[in-house]
Design a protein. Structure first.
Length: 265
Protein backbone atom coordinates (compact mmCIF):
# COMPACT_ATOMS: atom_id res chain seq x y z
CA UNK A 1 0.00 0.00 0.00
CA UNK A 2 1.53 3.30 -1.09
CA UNK A 3 2.18 5.91 1.59
CA UNK A 4 -0.31 8.72 1.02
CA UNK A 5 -1.86 11.57 2.95
CA UNK A 6 1.32 13.22 4.20
CA UNK A 7 -0.62 16.50 4.42
CA UNK A 8 -4.16 15.18 4.54
CA UNK A 9 -5.77 15.67 7.92
CA UNK A 10 -9.30 16.43 9.12
CA UNK A 11 -10.39 19.91 10.13
CA UNK A 12 -13.85 20.61 11.56
CA UNK A 13 -15.05 24.17 12.16
CA UNK A 14 -18.23 25.52 13.76
CA UNK A 15 -19.98 22.16 13.64
CA UNK A 16 -23.50 21.84 15.01
CA UNK A 17 -24.90 18.32 14.98
CA UNK A 18 -28.42 17.30 15.73
CA UNK A 19 -31.77 16.16 14.47
CA UNK A 20 -34.90 18.11 13.68
CA UNK A 21 -38.43 16.77 13.60
CA UNK A 22 -41.40 17.88 11.56
CA UNK A 23 -42.90 20.01 14.34
CA UNK A 24 -39.85 22.27 14.49
CA UNK A 25 -38.32 20.60 17.51
CA UNK A 26 -35.47 18.18 17.72
CA UNK A 27 -32.24 17.53 19.54
CA UNK A 28 -28.87 19.26 19.42
CA UNK A 29 -25.87 16.98 20.07
CA UNK A 30 -23.14 19.62 19.88
CA UNK A 31 -23.01 23.28 18.92
CA UNK A 32 -20.24 25.22 17.13
CA UNK A 33 -17.70 22.46 17.79
CA UNK A 34 -14.24 22.17 16.29
CA UNK A 35 -11.73 19.37 15.88
CA UNK A 36 -8.44 18.86 14.07
CA UNK A 37 -6.88 15.47 13.36
CA UNK A 38 -3.30 15.78 12.19
CA UNK A 39 -2.11 13.75 9.19
CA UNK A 40 -0.81 10.25 9.85
CA UNK A 41 -2.13 10.08 13.40
CA UNK A 42 -4.81 8.21 15.34
CA UNK A 43 -7.48 10.27 17.09
CA UNK A 44 -10.06 8.44 19.19
CA UNK A 45 -13.55 9.73 19.96
CA UNK A 46 -14.79 9.00 23.47
CA UNK A 47 -18.13 9.72 25.09
CA UNK A 48 -21.18 8.10 26.53
CA UNK A 49 -23.97 6.76 24.33
CA UNK A 50 -25.96 9.46 22.58
CA UNK A 51 -23.28 12.16 22.69
CA UNK A 52 -22.87 12.31 18.91
CA UNK A 53 -19.80 10.19 18.17
CA UNK A 54 -21.45 8.18 15.42
CA UNK A 55 -23.20 11.24 14.04
CA UNK A 56 -19.88 13.07 13.78
CA UNK A 57 -18.25 10.19 11.90
CA UNK A 58 -21.26 9.84 9.60
CA UNK A 59 -21.07 13.56 8.88
CA UNK A 60 -17.43 13.26 7.81
CA UNK A 61 -18.46 10.40 5.50
CA UNK A 62 -21.39 12.57 4.33
CA UNK A 63 -23.99 10.07 5.49
CA UNK A 64 -25.44 12.65 7.89
CA UNK A 65 -25.91 16.36 7.20
CA UNK A 66 -24.71 18.75 9.94
CA UNK A 67 -26.96 21.65 10.90
CA UNK A 68 -24.07 24.12 10.57
CA UNK A 69 -20.31 24.09 10.09
CA UNK A 70 -17.65 22.89 7.70
CA UNK A 71 -15.66 19.67 7.48
CA UNK A 72 -12.41 19.71 5.55
CA UNK A 73 -10.31 16.80 4.33
CA UNK A 74 -6.99 18.44 3.63
CA UNK A 75 -7.94 21.71 1.98
CA UNK A 76 -11.20 20.43 0.49
CA UNK A 77 -14.63 20.91 2.05
CA UNK A 78 -16.48 17.58 2.25
CA UNK A 79 -19.81 19.05 1.17
CA UNK A 80 -18.29 20.62 -1.94
CA UNK A 81 -16.82 17.39 -3.26
CA UNK A 82 -18.44 15.11 -5.80
CA UNK A 83 -19.30 11.58 -4.68
CA UNK A 84 -16.32 10.29 -6.64
CA UNK A 85 -13.94 12.82 -5.10
CA UNK A 86 -15.14 12.03 -1.59
CA UNK A 87 -14.82 8.28 -2.10
CA UNK A 88 -11.20 8.77 -3.09
CA UNK A 89 -10.24 10.59 0.11
CA UNK A 90 -12.45 9.15 2.89
CA UNK A 91 -13.36 5.55 3.68
CA UNK A 92 -15.93 4.72 6.34
CA UNK A 93 -16.31 1.56 8.43
CA UNK A 94 -19.68 1.51 10.20
CA UNK A 95 -20.90 -0.48 13.18
CA UNK A 96 -23.07 -2.65 10.95
CA UNK A 97 -22.34 -6.35 11.38
CA UNK A 98 -21.88 -7.79 7.90
CA UNK A 99 -22.66 -11.49 7.73
CA UNK A 100 -23.55 -11.97 4.07
CA UNK A 101 -23.86 -15.60 3.10
CA UNK A 102 -21.86 -16.91 0.16
CA UNK A 103 -19.79 -13.72 -0.13
CA UNK A 104 -16.06 -14.46 0.03
CA UNK A 105 -13.47 -12.32 1.78
CA UNK A 106 -11.89 -11.40 -1.58
CA UNK A 107 -15.23 -10.20 -2.95
CA UNK A 108 -16.02 -8.14 0.14
CA UNK A 109 -12.65 -6.41 0.09
CA UNK A 110 -12.99 -5.93 -3.65
CA UNK A 111 -16.05 -3.74 -3.02
CA UNK A 112 -13.62 -1.12 -1.74
CA UNK A 113 -12.38 -0.66 -5.30
CA UNK A 114 -15.82 0.50 -6.52
CA UNK A 115 -14.71 4.15 -7.02
CA UNK A 116 -12.07 3.03 -9.51
CA UNK A 117 -13.71 0.24 -11.50
CA UNK A 118 -15.63 0.43 -14.77
CA UNK A 119 -19.41 0.63 -15.00
CA UNK A 120 -19.87 -3.12 -14.49
CA UNK A 121 -17.54 -3.19 -11.49
CA UNK A 122 -14.88 -5.33 -13.10
CA UNK A 123 -11.54 -5.37 -11.28
CA UNK A 124 -8.50 -4.48 -13.33
CA UNK A 125 -5.08 -5.91 -12.49
CA UNK A 126 -4.24 -2.83 -10.42
CA UNK A 127 -7.49 -3.28 -8.46
CA UNK A 128 -6.72 -6.94 -7.73
CA UNK A 129 -3.27 -5.95 -6.51
CA UNK A 130 -4.81 -3.35 -4.17
CA UNK A 131 -7.23 -5.97 -2.80
CA UNK A 132 -4.42 -8.47 -2.24
CA UNK A 133 -2.26 -5.88 -0.46
CA UNK A 134 -5.14 -4.83 1.80
CA UNK A 135 -5.90 -8.42 2.80
CA UNK A 136 -2.25 -9.09 3.62
CA UNK A 137 -1.91 -5.84 5.54
CA UNK A 138 -4.70 -6.75 7.97
CA UNK A 139 -3.32 -10.25 8.47
CA UNK A 140 -6.02 -12.13 6.56
CA UNK A 141 -3.83 -13.75 3.94
CA UNK A 142 -5.08 -17.27 3.20
CA UNK A 143 -8.69 -16.32 3.93
CA UNK A 144 -9.47 -14.93 0.47
CA UNK A 145 -11.96 -17.64 -0.51
CA UNK A 146 -13.52 -18.15 2.90
CA UNK A 147 -17.12 -17.06 3.34
CA UNK A 148 -17.73 -13.94 5.42
CA UNK A 149 -20.32 -15.87 7.42
CA UNK A 150 -17.68 -18.42 8.52
CA UNK A 151 -15.40 -15.84 10.15
CA UNK A 152 -15.12 -14.85 13.78
CA UNK A 153 -16.08 -11.33 14.84
CA UNK A 154 -12.42 -10.27 14.97
CA UNK A 155 -11.69 -11.71 11.53
CA UNK A 156 -14.78 -10.08 10.08
CA UNK A 157 -13.73 -6.70 11.46
CA UNK A 158 -10.30 -7.10 9.85
CA UNK A 159 -12.01 -7.76 6.54
CA UNK A 160 -14.08 -4.58 6.85
CA UNK A 161 -10.91 -2.60 7.56
CA UNK A 162 -9.30 -4.29 4.54
CA UNK A 163 -12.22 -3.13 2.39
CA UNK A 164 -11.59 0.43 3.53
CA UNK A 165 -7.87 -0.02 2.84
CA UNK A 166 -8.58 -1.29 -0.67
CA UNK A 167 -10.42 1.98 -1.25
CA UNK A 168 -6.95 3.55 -0.83
CA UNK A 169 -8.01 6.79 0.86
CA UNK A 170 -5.71 8.99 2.96
CA UNK A 171 -8.42 9.32 5.65
CA UNK A 172 -10.24 6.47 7.39
CA UNK A 173 -13.12 6.94 9.85
CA UNK A 174 -14.42 3.99 11.83
CA UNK A 175 -17.41 3.72 14.13
CA UNK A 176 -16.60 1.50 17.13
CA UNK A 177 -14.34 -0.94 15.26
CA UNK A 178 -13.65 -2.89 18.47
CA UNK A 179 -17.29 -3.38 19.47
CA UNK A 180 -18.33 -7.02 20.02
CA UNK A 181 -14.67 -8.13 20.25
CA UNK A 182 -12.88 -9.87 23.11
CA UNK A 183 -9.99 -8.09 24.86
CA UNK A 184 -7.13 -9.54 22.76
CA UNK A 185 -8.92 -8.68 19.52
CA UNK A 186 -9.66 -5.17 20.75
CA UNK A 187 -5.97 -4.54 21.23
CA UNK A 188 -5.07 -6.20 17.93
CA UNK A 189 -7.48 -4.01 15.97
CA UNK A 190 -6.31 -0.88 17.79
CA UNK A 191 -2.66 -1.78 17.12
CA UNK A 192 -3.51 -2.40 13.46
CA UNK A 193 -5.03 1.08 13.18
CA UNK A 194 -1.93 2.59 14.79
CA UNK A 195 0.25 0.79 12.27
CA UNK A 196 -1.87 2.06 9.38
CA UNK A 197 -1.43 5.62 10.60
CA UNK A 198 2.22 5.59 11.60
CA UNK A 199 3.67 3.22 8.99
CA UNK A 200 1.29 3.56 6.05
CA UNK A 201 0.38 7.22 6.07
CA UNK A 202 -3.30 7.04 7.02
CA UNK A 203 -5.16 9.64 9.06
CA UNK A 204 -7.50 7.72 11.35
CA UNK A 205 -10.44 8.85 13.46
CA UNK A 206 -12.48 6.24 15.26
CA UNK A 207 -14.93 5.98 18.13
CA UNK A 208 -14.77 3.51 20.97
CA UNK A 209 -15.89 2.74 24.51
CA UNK A 210 -12.58 1.02 25.22
CA UNK A 211 -11.07 3.78 27.34
CA UNK A 212 -8.07 1.82 28.57
CA UNK A 213 -7.09 0.81 25.02
CA UNK A 214 -7.47 4.38 23.79
CA UNK A 215 -5.38 5.79 26.63
CA UNK A 216 -2.53 3.44 25.77
CA UNK A 217 -2.54 3.65 21.98
CA UNK A 218 -4.15 6.86 20.69
CA UNK A 219 -2.09 9.86 19.63
CA UNK A 220 -4.92 12.19 20.62
CA UNK A 221 -8.35 11.91 22.19
CA UNK A 222 -11.54 13.85 21.62
CA UNK A 223 -13.92 13.50 24.53
CA UNK A 224 -17.53 14.58 23.93
CA UNK A 225 -19.44 15.54 27.07
CA UNK A 226 -22.61 17.67 27.13
CA UNK A 227 -22.05 18.80 23.55
CA UNK A 228 -18.50 20.01 24.21
CA UNK A 229 -15.35 18.66 22.55
CA UNK A 230 -12.27 18.34 24.77
CA UNK A 231 -9.15 17.34 22.83
CA UNK A 232 -5.58 16.58 23.74
CA UNK A 233 -3.12 13.78 24.28
CA UNK A 234 -4.18 11.01 26.66
CA UNK A 235 -1.84 12.39 29.33
CA UNK A 236 -3.22 15.91 28.96
CA UNK A 237 -6.82 14.78 29.40
CA UNK A 238 -5.87 12.64 32.39
CA UNK A 239 -3.97 15.43 34.10
CA UNK A 240 -6.63 18.10 33.60
CA UNK A 241 -9.39 15.82 34.89
CA UNK A 242 -11.40 15.68 31.66
CA UNK A 243 -11.43 11.87 31.67
CA UNK A 244 -13.18 11.97 35.07
CA UNK A 245 -16.23 13.59 33.48
CA UNK A 246 -17.01 10.32 31.68
CA UNK A 247 -17.98 8.79 35.02
CA UNK A 248 -20.06 11.53 36.58
CA UNK A 249 -23.32 10.26 38.03
CA UNK A 250 -22.09 6.66 37.85
CA UNK A 251 -20.68 4.16 40.37
CA UNK A 252 -17.36 4.24 38.53
CA UNK A 253 -14.24 6.31 39.04
CA UNK A 254 -11.07 6.70 37.02
CA UNK A 255 -7.70 6.23 38.70
CA UNK A 256 -5.18 8.48 36.91
CA UNK A 257 -2.22 6.70 38.52
CA UNK A 258 -3.08 3.28 37.10
CA UNK A 259 -5.22 4.53 34.15
CA UNK A 260 -7.88 2.06 35.17
CA UNK A 261 -11.60 2.23 35.89
CA UNK A 262 -12.72 1.27 39.37
CA UNK A 263 -16.12 0.37 40.80
CA UNK A 264 -17.01 2.30 43.94
CA UNK A 265 -19.92 1.01 45.98
Amino acid sequence: MAVVGTNTGICIKGLTLGYKNGSGGGRILCREAGLEVAPNTVCVLLGRNGTGKSTLLRSIARVHTPLTGEIFIGENAVWRMTDRELSEVVSFVSTEIVNTRNLAVWDMVGLGRAPYTNWIGQLAESDSQAVARAIELVGMGGFERKSISSLSDGERQRVMIARALAQDTPVMVLDEPTAFLDVPNRYEIALLLCSLAHKHGKTILYSTHDLEVALQLADRLCLIVDGRFSTGTPEELIQNGVIDTLFERSPLTFDPATKQIKLTL
